[in-house]
Design a protein around this ligand. Sequence first.
Ligand SMILES: [Zn+2]
Length: 444
Amino acid sequence: MAVSWDRLSGPKIARLQGTALAEQVSGRLARYQPYWRETVRGTGLRAAEIKGLGDLAKIPPAGERDLCPDGDPAGAARLVLQPDESGFALHADDRQFRRALRQRLTSAAAYRRTVDEATRPVTFHQAGLAIRFPVASTRTDLDLVARAGARMWQVLGLSAADVLVSALPSGGNDLAAFALPYAAIGAGAPALHAGPRGAAEALDTVPATVVAVRSAAALEALLGAYGDRLPSAVTTVLVTGDDDGVADLVGDARVLRLWGPGEGRWLWAECAPGSGFHSYPDLEILESLDPATGQPADAGELTVTQLGIRGSALVRWRTAAVGSIVTGACPHCGRTVPRVASDTVPAALVTAAEVGGETVALDLRSLAGALAGRADLDGWTVTRQAQSSGGSPRVLVRVALTDGARVRDTALGVYADIESVAGDGPTQVVVDPSVGGRADLLLH
Ligand SMILES: [Zn+2]
């Protein structure tokens, strides 16, 4: 009997991933992805060298900075596989290819449709931290998105009998708004994606058992519009952002988090609070790498390689999120899939921060946008710093300077940039020469 996707042994997962990786690289990326052809080949790496999981480390990790070095989001198009019709024959899987071959003999229109489903991007969502760029999905990719979503439903302990009301805002940079509808479709569960404004009315309309919100503030707004408490039939509250304070608002309902890197296609779920986000090992390979050395690290930059995607295909994609990867059976559900630690910090989020003595919602993506074009910055990180007094967290921006950049000029420039998006500049600038010309900016 075939073992379920979520109960495979470690060695079996490694074998599956190795085979799928070799196929993705030699059958798709090396032939049809401009980024691979223009950049990875330039390193001297040949696709034939990627034979198994052990060869993954030969591929240079890349993130949006590598893809769009001049800040132009058009660079992201280089991730999209661009096969022509003859290319389809080479990169389709066996079953799909045999089906297409039959259709070619009997129906030109059906054949064309099959080729298009696998090769033509039909849906895009926006992603990116410093640069907003479109991520392309083909029709075949969307099938994978729905499949991953059906699995997410299982991890959450939900079934087709559950009814979802989503208060997530649609569009923007939000992967959840893109992926959650496909998850519900994949799971066969009724869903009403009502958005923040329509969610209260939706709770009056459908017998919801699951509610999705972005944060405690969003749930508070929903409760304000609906009534003091959620309907008693609601068993589960899904949170796509920071879940601080959500549990206090939901009575007996479970609070489970969903997350995935924005450039990905699907979400990962917790099976129990704090269990870690459960991944799908036959669809992706996860690594945690030291951003400076590219070597494996306990709590490094989360790096994702997607298997089988034909639109914007990510290989060793640097997500800029910091987190560790847990393997072995989950103590809560027993699944053997790799899990991304629940305390993984996305590099882009909307956070409460103290700015100029007032608590404001600071969109770190706009902060990222302000810093992205600076030629004097080699890199930067943003972390939230809890205050022992229990007040709103401070936001720490750490910047690394490029060679020749002047510390004072850069620090003042960064101050002004942050001021322009946050409404007030940082009150403290710390320059520490011992870390190679890094400037620490503390937002109050
Ligand atoms: Zn679990």
